[in-house]
Design a protein around this ligand. Structure first.
Ligand code: FPP
Length: 326
């Protein structure tokens, strides 16, 4: 995460551009079409440079190509990720599963850094599900240790970069040491105003709904609210994610077409992106590809797009008979 702390976006765009140009000329050459050498072209040349390098220095040609296609003004507000495939990654290398999890932490670190630099507002990572307790005890213990190690090592950088750590799930059932570490992390970063990093730990979507219903019932009982009726807002306000916007984009690595009990209520209208890439190989370049794909989607939330709206209702009903619902 150290590179993250070095991001300083000066208000003097000219100086930013020139400084970056000196430092990253070979990479920037990949971003800028050769036609941009005339004087008037220099203006767009400069704009291209600012767009591509202001938030993220592309590490390679792949990243540069995706960055160039991204509209920084339409970055999703909230990205949620099902990080899957650590075990298979290790297996393919004839390594123990825990080596896959170690590599998974490294990938998570890079994705967190990239999202923060892209000025994403919320990133939610599915780190440990309620169902993951079914794994061998040694693997569960290792995952818990890994999480504590991660927090110990990365918390100062997370804090320095104004990221706020939040944890969702039945954290009261986690080992005491893990609980203390996450409480410390959340307390330390509570006033940070940058990206919210939400870690789903001992999390299950159905359990979250059960907990929400029980919390509502408890309020009804203790306040004698015999006429109480819940609506969507009331349910949302009782979820672990109360106050957070729903994810715009749900990414799942390793190719499985499942939502695995993740944010069941919140992903109602999320765009879903599934990649064959195993989590430890999910590099910033792969994330940028997902964002480019997201920006090509049309989000209708059950309504119509502008072209459909301009068609008279009878015609449009006929035409949309077999159309999807979302
Ligand atoms: C799934 O791979 C991954 C997990 C069980 C989560 C573990 C995640 C990490 C170690 C990343 C760390 C996250 C943070 C926030 C530091 P799998 O074991 O199910 O893979 P498989 O399906 O190939 O067996």
């Amino acid at each position: 995460m150290s590179a993250l702390s070095s991001t300083t976006i000066s208000s003097n765009r000219q100086s930013v551009t020139h400084r970056k140009l000196r430092l990253h000329a070979p990479v920037l050459a990949l971003l800028v079409p050769p036609a941009c050498v005339s004087f008037s072209g220099c203006l767009s040349f400069e704009r291209t440079l600012v767009k591509a390098t202001e938030l993220l220095k592309p590490a390679n040609a792949e990243e540069a190509a995706s960055l160039d296609k991204i509209d920084l003004k339409r970055i999703p507000q909230h990205v949620a990720v099902i990080m899957d495939g650590n075990g298979r990654w290790a297996q393919r290398r004839h390594l123990p599963r825990i080596a896959g999890h170690r590599a998974g932490v490294k990938a998570a670190r890079e994705i967190i850094e990239t999202c923060a630099r892209l000025k994403l507002s919320y990133l939610t990572l599915y780190a440990f599900s309620l169902e993951n307790w079914r794994r061998p005890q040694a693997e569960v213990d290792f995952l818990m240790r890994l999480l504590r190690e991660y927090l110990k090592r990365e918390l100062p950088t997370i804090h320095k970069n104004n990221i706020r750590l939040l944890v969702i799930g039945r954290s009261e059932q986690l080992p005491e040491g893990v609980r203390k570490d996450i409480e410390h992390g959340m307390r330390l970063t509570a006033r940070n105003t940058g990206m919210k990093l939400v870690v789903a730990l001992n999390y299950g979507g159905r359990a979250e709904l059960v907990d929400a219903f029980n919390a509502m019932l408890e309020q009804v009982r203790s306040n004698g609210l015999s006429a109480f009726m819940a609506d969507e807002q009331t349910v949302s306000e009782h979820l672990y994610t109360a106050g957070l916007p729903d994810p715009d984009l749900l990414i799942r690595t390793s190719g499985e077409m499942r939502v695995s009990n993740f944010l069941l209520w919140q992903i109602a209208y999320a765009e879903i992106y599934v990649t064959e890439t195993l989590w430890p190989d999910f590099s910033p370049a792969r994330l940028l590809e997902a964002l480019v794909d997201y920006q090509k989607r049309e989000r209708r939330y059950g309504g119509l797009n502008a072209a459909q709206e301009s068609v008279p209702a009878a015609k449009s009903a006929k035409r949309s008979r077999w159309a999807g619902r979302g």
